[in-house]
Design a protein around this ligand. Structure first.
Ligand code: SAH
Length: 368
């Protein structure tokens, strides 16, 4: 009996026909295959899903992002029309909390904005519609950032870039070779490396990585979205905020990981049924965005960013209104998860980077 997922059958068919498949292509199929991709078939978020994100942990997160956007809009001299673009909005929770927060404190900003959501998953699109339905009549969906009409924009992305396919290279005796997936001698999907080395690959590497020992792995992503973001900001005006887990400087090391139901699992089992992600290389991201003419602000830790935006004050205000001691304790534990530095805290692993048109000046949370 064949217990393979339909996507595994398809991946095997392609490997049999065309030879070993690069890791990036495998990841792209696992997440985004139109019929069987992980994001295309389910809502993976929340306590009962596979993973939980900052906006799903607490309303405070989206509220502070909303206030950040309103402040940036003012720094842009409050344009009459501003596009708020979110990449990969999940359930739409961050946008809902952000919009609710700005209605109260920045009604003029609320009147000026139109929301554009970039989402590939039909399941999550439907969920976003339900979440945002009564909040705004002005939400539009697009498949890619480049599809959003011209005009100044504020772009936000939480846990989006980690979901974009990552490529891997392995250093072996004769140089760096692209890592691929093959069908091994006993018939399982397994990692292998391309026969021929990647030409001039050292040139791509940060200097410290050029002396890496054999078997080292280096990961990189296509710059397409980062470049689209940079070009948009430089040409049309505005700013972008990127929040994700990753490293501030490009470095050697494998970070590709598979998660199912809040536990780590093997990335080669159950393709299409598990979430695959890899850390964001913020240095590479910034290089691509800045090459298009946008100003970059060096990444800060999520804990520091949320602290500068006043998360403790917001938590105290919510606690003062909490209906029970249990509700107040929930606010404390959400705060600890968002800014905590321990094993369960997101405060340090998560980084926040920002980019802006040169005319916007220093962005809130990034003042030195
Ligand atoms: N920002 C949300 C969801 C993070 S999960 C939150 O913080 O809760 C990643 C999101 O990106 C999902 O909405 C997923 O469907 C979307 N996504 C993944 N790859 C995408 C792509 N190539 N284009 C557009 N959206 C994508």
């Amino acid at each position: 009996m064949d217990e393979r997922s339909p996507l595994e059958v398809e991946i095997r068919r392609r490997i049999t026909a065309a030879g070993p498949m690069p890791v990036g292509e495998y990841m792209a199929l696992c997440l985004g295959d139109a019929t069987h991709g992980y994001y295309m078939t389910r809502d993976p978020l929340g306590a009962r899903g596979d993973f939980i994100t900052a906006p799903e942990i607490s309303q405070m997160f989206g509220e502070l992002i909303g206030l950040w956007m309103a402040a940036v809009w003012k720094q842009m001299d409050a344009p009459e029309n501003i596009r708020i673009i979110e990449l990969g909005p999940g359930r739409g929770t961050m946008m809902k909390d952000a919009l609710r927060a700005v209605v109260q404190v920045a009604p003029a900003f609320r009147d000026a904005l139109a929301v554009h959501l970039i989402e590939i998953s039909p399941v999550l699109r439907a969920q976003q519609e339900r979440t945002l339905n009564d909040l705004t009549k002005q939400v539009l969906w697009h498949a890619a950032l480049d599809d959003v009409p011209k005009g100044p924009a504020i772009i936000v992305a939480n846990e989006f870039f980690d979901a974009l396919p990552v490529n891997q290279a392995v250093k072996i005796e004769r140089g760096w070779h692209e890592r691929q997936i093959e069908i091994d001698s006993v018939g399982n999907l397994a990692f292998t490396v391309a026969r021929d080395p990647l030409p001039h690959f050292e040139m791509l590497l940060p200097p410290a990585a050029r002396e890496a020992p054999e078997q080292s792995i280096f990961e990189w992503r296509a710059d397409t979205v980062a470049m689209d973001m940079g070009r948009r900001i430089a040409d049309e005006g505005g700013a972008a905020l990127v929040i994700d887990y990753g490293h501030a400087k490009s470095a050697i090391g494998e970070t590709l990981q598979a998660v199912g139901q809040h536990a780590y699992t093997d990335p080669l089992t159950a393709p299409g049924g598990i979430d695959l992600t890899a850390h964001v290389d913020f240095q590479a991201l910034a290089r691509a965005v800045e090459a298009m003419g946008a100003n970059g602000f060096a990444p800060v830790e999520q804990s520091q960013f949320l602290h500068r935006l006043g998360i403790e004050t917001r938590a105290a205000a919510l606690k003062a209104k909490a209906s029970s001691r249990a509700a107040a304790a929930d606010i404390d534990s959400a705060l600890a998860r968002l800014i905590g530095h321990g094993r369960t805290g997101m405060g340090m692993l998560f980084k926040v980077a920002a980019f802006a048109h040169p005319s916007v000046g220093a962005l809130p949370g990034f003042e030195s």
